[in-house]
Ligand binder design. Sequence first.
Ligand code: GMT
Length: 380
Amino acid sequence: MKIGIVCYPTYGGSGVVATELGLGLARKGHEIHFITYRRPVRLAHFEANVFYHEVDSEDYPLFEYPPYDTALASKIVDVVKYQNLDILHVHYAIPHAAVAYMAKKILLTQGRYLPVVTTLHGTDITLVGNNHAFAPVVEFSINKSDGVTAVSQSLKDDTLEQFDIQRNIEVIYNFIDFERFRKTNKDHFKKIIAPNGERIIAHTSNFRKVKRVEDVVLIFQKVLKKVPSKLLMIGDGPERQHCEKLCRDLNICDDVRFLGKQDAIEELLAICDLFIIPSENESFGLAALEAMACEVPVISSNSGGLPEVNIHGETGYLSEAGNVAEMAKYAIKLLQDEALLKTFRANAYAQARRFDIENILPHYERYYQEVLEKSVHKVE
Ligand code: GMT
């Protein structure tokens, strides 16, 4: 198949999933065309059947906000026509699903039907999408997509609850590539971070409010009182500065390292004992899955799709978002019991295996095929 993929090219989960999906499909022989405003971060190397089309957004003094949506729609039309794409897969509803609809309408005037699959990732529904500034367009463009997928059952349920959706939504989970995410020996690295054999705890995110990053620091402060440990804060975003100040106020800076955005996250996860993800809302929690693939148990909130990934009492523990005391209690329990930690490590890995990219890719392929078959004679 010739597949167009529209996504955000940044470190965010939706862009990562879109890029890894494209690369995985390319390995299976499909021709993949990424269409976005910058080269996606995970698209680092040349691949024979992977193409990247940059959206060139014209800046003009009249525009306070350069019209990216218009430029993207034009680029989609161009790539679909001249690369002869079979299907377009857009990741994150805003604005991609609406832009795809516009491109589809333009192509229709030229006698061509473009089947569009939209994948809902999370905040495009739960946080931003249901804001009145976007909601009518999000609802309309979901209903007008030829196929819609959600990354967890919880996100599907939220979408059906919050919008008037007239069509089926297919749950296709986030996935993990075990070629890359696996526990490797990085002991030399561990010695630098935890020279006295301290436990190592990690958090990865885009440091947005929804992640409750402050809770990570508060949980760690409690853990530190009972278990010698170090905290790795990986990623960057609006809440980082506030968290750094909190660490200074709590006088725990010597035990916390803010590492910023990192490309080789698997190398950091390889030395970790525990991962914390206390989000207010989390449609799936790809970061938790990445940790579990590296045999790291997870302390998480029970919001959104996290219970579909992290199994309470098996792969980690779940608490109500904001219940810092309970999360700290669970973390201490695990970190103080070597045998329990070992069992949870093995369970986390086994659970992560369920989301192996090798199992999830065929699901997407089947779904594309289904959408294509239903679109054959369409001239809507
Ligand atoms: O808000 C983020 O964490 C980034 C966001 C994105 O779309 O870039 O991530 C969402 O999509 C990921 C991939 O499908 C999911 O694993 C994350 O759980 C989800 N984030 C939220 O729902 C907050």
